[in-house]
Every structure is written in structure tokens, then in C-alpha cells.
Design a protein around this ligand. Structure first.
Ligand code: LLP
Length: 410
């Protein structure tokens, strides 16, 4: 939905330069149609299997983005009381909310129990006991899936791998049956599922197939012990194209899953974040200065690592394109931000059209873990966010002010 018409980059029916001129930069721009397209790809891909797609709010917790999915009937995957608060405001039904995370507090458990969420993804036996007590105090039963660490390699960046024995997530496969036995004896726990998440930005089907095999094997071992589950939650992780990756589609996954799930009454849950929002957002920034040092050419832009941390944190690749194509001279440059850190860059040794001072650049595939991970580091007010729908646009988060920077301080 971000397409070039002539020289100009458009977000659906709106010229990105118009948005930048009206709203300033740095600016996150989202395409509503792309959000819907991504969500519907999951829905149609898995149409033949009973399923629920729970949007992982951590990828982009803007209320308008979340509401777009809520209106479609999606569920939500949350990891904090804050995300529960947002999910409810965005209009998700509590009956479709799953709560993940290794460190839920009793306060957060209470909040979620009182709202009647669909399921807690519990990651340790101690957490299970805390949840059992908290539910008992409220005279409620907590619906639970245990998160297993399946020890499956996700073939992705080590910072975003979560399902191997090196990671803090879940209960080791070797202990999971015992954990279910413990859980079934707890009075205020209602076992309804099993969950895992093996990592993020996965660009082939194979890790998901290995993962499904492990999970189905566990489901069978549990039913042999008389523990019958309603659902199997396969987490998130489906990758997107940042550079040259060709990730599978949800339909590709579904085709691999279908034969293995035939004849089972299990409902499938998914917790996609990146796939739903990643390519539906860009970060627009303006070129402040250029400088040639003799050794390198730097393009200094007005967005920084505080706005988009992925390159600094993971050495992540994001395509950078001119918003308006002017000159055709290409050069090898480093695109850097204004933050006082050497890690504050968006591209290194990138061969790209050499921009003029004042030009707008679009950093692509920035809709996931972009604004959501942004900060005010260097006392930089956070960027504005705008949602485009056809020819219409609306600011869905206004740019922060200097007063916002000091809110709550004395
Ligand atoms: N479910 C659980 C339990 C998760 O931990 C995550 C992501 C998801 C679902 C959603 O995963 P996705 O579909 O987006 O891959 N900040 C990193 C990614 C961290 C992912 C954390 N967990 C990045 O920018 O690449």
C-alpha cells in the first residue's frame, strides 16, 4: 500500500510528502488497508481450521492500529497490565485475550481475572501457584495454557530466538508433563491449552513444522494422562520482507499444518505481531545535513535510534527510499540520526540515491517494533503517528511536546 506514483511515494491515496509537510517529521505513517490485508491473510489462510488470531500488541500498541484488528474480530496477545488496558480500550473482547510473559505480577493477574480474559499463558510453576492463589482470593478459576520451551531452532537472529534451552521463556519440555500434573491438582486453575513461541522474523515453514510436531506430541502425551486441552497456541513469529527475504504466507503454513491436524478437535491460536503490522508502517524522516569525511559520507536525518531502535539493537536492515525522487545520482552512505551514540544509525554503507538537504526519506517496514520500542532518549519528544485510509488520514498519536518530556517529574 506504499507505492510510487511518478516521482512521489504514496501511502494509499495520500502523498507521503503531504503528510510530512502537514505533520512534521519524524512521522510514523500506517496504512489501514495494509493492516486489514495482513489480518485477512491469516483469516483466509487458516479458514479450514478452527482458529483464533490474537494480535501481539507489543509489536504496535497504538489504539487505532489495535482497533483496526479488534473491529475485524481479532483477539489480542498481551504481556502486561498496560497492554490489557490498551487492548480493552481498543475494543478487543476479553474472551479473546491471551496473557503471555514470564513475569506477570499478582496485580496484573487480578486485573486480567476481573476482566475475564480467555487464557493465561503461564511460564513457570511458581507463577502457576501465584495465579492459583490470586484466583482463589477472587473466588474465580483461572483459565491456563502452560508455555512450553520446545527447544526448537527458529533459524533467526539470536536476539529474537525464544524457544531454545538457552532462553528464559516457558517451561522446559522435559518438565512440562510434571507441570501439567501439578496444575491439574490446583483448585483454581482450569487447564485449557498449551502454548509456545519459538522466535520472531522466521522466514521458512520448516521451523514451524518441527515446532508443530513437538507440540502435537505433547498434546498426545497429555491426553494419554487424561488431560484434554481445547487449544494449541503456536505463538507468533512469521517473518516479513525487510530486504530480500521471501517468507511463507499464512496459507503456506496452513497447508503444512492441515494434514497434521486432521481429525483433532484442537483450536489453533496464533499470536502474530510483525506479520500484521510490519509492512503496514513507514517512518518518515527529513535530511538535516550531509557530510563527507574523506573516509565516509554521512546523511544525518531528524529521526534517531530513539524513534526506531531496531538497527541499533539488532543490526536490522530497513529499506530507505526517497519520498520524492529528485536526482538520480547514487552514492554509498551511512544514514545516521542525531542521538549521541555511534549505534544511532539506520543504514551503513548503503548504496542509495544521494538526497538533498531537506529531502524526506521513508524508512520502510517500520510498523512493527518501531514506535512501540521508541523512547525519549536524549530528551527527544516521541514522533507523531498517522493512519491513512484511502485518501483520508488522521493523526492517531500527536507528536509529543517538551512538556510531555517532563510529565510527572518534580
Ligand atoms: N507471542 C509471544 C509470546 C512473543 O514473545 C512475541 C514476540 C510474539 C507473540 C509476536 O511475535 P512476532 O509475530 O511479532 O514475531 N523487538 C524485536 C522482536 C521481539 C519479539 C518479542 N516477542 C524486533 O524488533 O525484531
Amino acid at each position: 500500500m506504499f507505492i510510487r506514483r511518478g516521482k512521489s511515494l504514496y501511502a494509499e491515496g495520500v502523498a507521503v510528502s503531504t503528510l510530512a509537510e502537514n505533520l512534521g517529521t519524524p512521522l510514523y505513517v500506517y496504512s489501514e488497508s495494509q493492516l486489514l490485508k495482513n489480518y485477512r491473510a491469516y483469516e483466509t489462510g487458516f479458514a479450514r481450521l478452527p482458529h483464533l488470531v490474537c494480535f501481539a500488541l507489543k509489536a504496535n500498541s497504538n489504539l487505532a492500529v489495535a482497533r483496526t484488528f479488534a473491529r475485524e474480530g481479532a483477539g489480542a496477545d498481551i504481556v502486561s497490565g498496560g497492554e490489557l488496558y490498551r487492548a480493552l480500550l481498543a475494543g478487543f473482547s476479553p474472551a479473546k485475550i491471551v496473557f503471555s510473559g514470564v513475569g506477570k505480577t499478582r496485580e496484573e493477574m487480578k486485573f486480567a481475572l476481573n476482566k475475564g480474559i480467555y487464557c493465561f499463558n503461564v511460564e513457570s510453576v511458581e507463577e502457576l501457584q501465584a495465579l492459583n492463589q490470586t484466583a482463589g482470593n477472587l473466588k474465580k478459576k483461572a483459565p491456563v495454557a502452560l508455555r512450553v520451551n520446545p527447544d526448537v531452532q527458529a533459524d533467526t537472529h539470536h536476539h529474537i530466538t525464544t524457544g531454545t534451552k538457552e532462553n528464559k521463556f516457558g517451561i522446559p519440555k522435559s518438565q512440562i508433563l510434571d507441570a501439567y500434573e501439578t496444575a491439574r491438582k490446583l483448585k483454581n486453575i482450569n487447564l485449557i491449552g498449551i502454548q509456545a513461541h519459538i522466535g520472531s522474523q522466521i522466514t521458512s515453514v520448516a521451523p514451524f513444522e518441527r515446532f508443530l510436531n513437538v507440540m502435537l506430541d505433547l498434546v498426545d502425551q497429555l491426553s494419554a494422562r487424561g488431560i484434554y486441552l481445547d487449544h494449541l497456541d503456536m505463538g507468533g513469529g512469521l517473518g516479513i520482507t525487510y530486504h530480500k527475504e521471501t517468507p511463507p504466507t499464512p496459507a503456506d503454513l496452513a497447508r503444512a499444518f492441515e494434514p497434521r491436524l486432521k481429525g483433532r478437535a484442537l483450536k489453533l491460536l496464533f499470536e502474530p505481531g510483525r506479520f500484521l503490522v510490519g509492512n503496514a508502517g513507514i517512518l518518515v524522516t527529513q535530511v538535516l545535513y550531509r557530510k563527507r569525511t574523506g573516509h565516509k559520507t554521512f546523511v544525518v536525518v531528524d529521526a534517531g535510534m530513539n524513534d526506531l531502535a531496531r538497527p541499533a539493537l539488532y543490526d536490522a536492515y530497513h529499506e530507505i527510499v526517497p519520498v520524492s525522487k529528485n536526482g538520480s545520482v547514487r552514492e554509498t552512505v551511512d544514514v545516521v540520526g542525531p542521538v549521541c551514540e555511534s549505534g544511532d544509525y539506520f543504514a551503513k554503507a548503503r548504496h542509495m540515491p544521494y538526497p538533498e538537504q531537506g529531502d524526506y526519506l521513508a524508512i520502510q517496514s517500520a510498523g512493527a517494533y518501531g514506535f512501540a520500542m521508541s523512547s525519549q532518549y536524549n530528551s527527544r519528544p516521541r514522533a507523531a503517528e498517522v493512519m491513512v485510509s484511502g485518501k483520508a488520514w488522521r493523526v492517531v498519536r500527536k507528536r509529543e511536546s517538551l512538556e510531555d518530556l517532563i510529565r510527572g517529574e518534580k
